[in-house]
Design a binder for this molecule. Structure first.
Ligand SMILES: [Mg+2]
Length: 397
């Protein structure tokens, strides 16, 4: 049997490592990126010196300051993180035939077709990213995505040094179930924080407990998810490493069946289009920095305006607020409009750090997912109340 060779790469404290790179004064100091300690801001990334004081990503900033009064709060530079992320992905594409980026600082690589040992390739990738970009990373190696990703986490957790771990951990083919068995269930990729207490109530504390659990009991509690859960707990995962789909923008536009100069109708249309674009971004686990508005007058004259946000978004409400701002820059009351389009460009995969650990964000995302499902189930009517007389035309990408 031929085993696959899968690598999972994850940058070490990515945002903070980038900040240190451009501001070496920060090196060795306890600092964090994230929101303000006055409001409900959370830590998005923290330096290793900060971690030694017990600070973690997703911790409310005011608690972080209490734990470490000397903590420096550094403003996030998302555009710089994105630029560094692109350079990392270019290095990966140069060294591996198949790359799937899953967040701004994480990717899977399928190197099954390369003759060299996986460990050799992992060392080469890690040292090239460090030499060329000055950024530390850790790598997990296994015969599948699930185990490779968990291996990276465990390698980082086990590291006891002062600085970035720059760890590499290989789980050999055939050892997957053994590697997972003693780990607590929350280490299992795909198990949400909410599911953990539920599993514990069933006496399933370790991944090994799930692997040896009675299938009937799992089915009773997890339905059709039981089989996958059972397989994953035994280290089985056949998902392929998928290539990036190369999407550059997400847009939706509407040509009115009759030109409209009704402010409320126009505003509603912008809102609906924004929600639609947000929905499509979330479905693809993307967010974008730039909101672009297109407006066409009845004489076919077309204008576009765009603005770039400091933080990328996939939320309809944020897209809407900004698109509306742009609209009011070019529209004067009473002027008829033939077409409106909303587009989000400068796309990036969602920031894993936030979506996994920031509770508020997690809650909001889950709510949005629920709404997305509802819209799918009940069709367009639910989201497009009051604009049913328009013709819809979606851009391909
Ligand atoms: Mg990372």
């Amino acid at each position: 049997m031929k085993y696959r060779k899968i690598l999972h790469l994850d940058l070490d404290a990515f945002f903070c490592s980038v900040e240190e790179k451009f501001n070496p004064d920060l090196q060795g100091k306890p600092f964090a990126t994230g929101g303000s300690p006055d409001g409900r801001g959370v830590v998005t990334s923290c330096s290793y010196a900060a971690r030694r004081s017990g600070i973690k990503a997703a911790m409310p900033m005011r608690i972080a300051i209490r734990k470490c009064p000397k903590l420096l709060i550094v403003q996030s530079h998302y555009h710089t993180y994105l630029a560094e992320s692109k350079k990392i992905m270019t290095i990966l594409h140069n060294l591996s035939p198949l790359v799937e980026q899953i967040s701004i600082d994480e990717a899977f690589l399928d190197i099954s077709d390369l003759l060299e040992a996986a460990l050799t390739i992992a060392h080469r990738i890690q040292s090239r990213i460090y030499k060329e970009l000055g950024l530390p990373s850790s790598i997990g190696i296994a015969s599948n995505k699930l185990v490779a990703k968990i291996a990276t986490n465990i390698a980082k957790v086990k590291y006891r040094g002062e600085n970035a771990p720059m760890a590499i951990l290989e789980v050999l083919p055939g050892e997957e179930a053994k590697f997972l068995s003693a780990l607590p269930v929350e280490e299992m990729w795909g198990i949400g924080l909410k599911t953990v207490p539920y599993l514990e109530k069933l006496g399933l504390i370790t991944i090994g407990d799930i692997a040896s659990a009675n299938m009937d009991i799992l089915e009773k509690h997890f339905g059709k998810f039981a089989k996958i859960l059972h397989q994953r707990a035994r280290g089985i995962d056949i998902r392929p490493v998928g290539e990036d789909d190369g999407i550059k923008s997400i847009s939706n536009e509407i040509t009115f069946s009759r030109d409209s100069n009704n402010s409320k109708e126009l505003t509603n249309t912008i809102k609906n289009l924004s929600e639609k674009v947000g929905n499509r971004l979330r479905k693809r686990r993307l967010c974008g920095f730039t909101v672009r508005l297109k407006v066409r007058w009845p004489n076919f004259e077309t204008h576009t305006r765009q603005l770039t946000l400091t933080q990328p978004t996939n939320q309809g409400s944020v897209i809407y607020q900004n698109a509306l701002k742009l609209f009011h820059q070019i529209w004067k009351a009473g002027k008829p409009v033939r077409l409106i389009g909303i587009c989000v460009v400068n796309l990036t995969p969602i920031f894993q750090q936030l979506s996994l650990w920031d509770k508020t964000y997690e809650k909001e995302s889950r709510l949005l997912e629920a709404i997305d499902t509802l819209k799918q189930r009940f069709g367009r009517g639910v989201i497009q109340k009051g604009v049913s007389t328009f013709n819809y035309k979606n851009d391909k990408n």
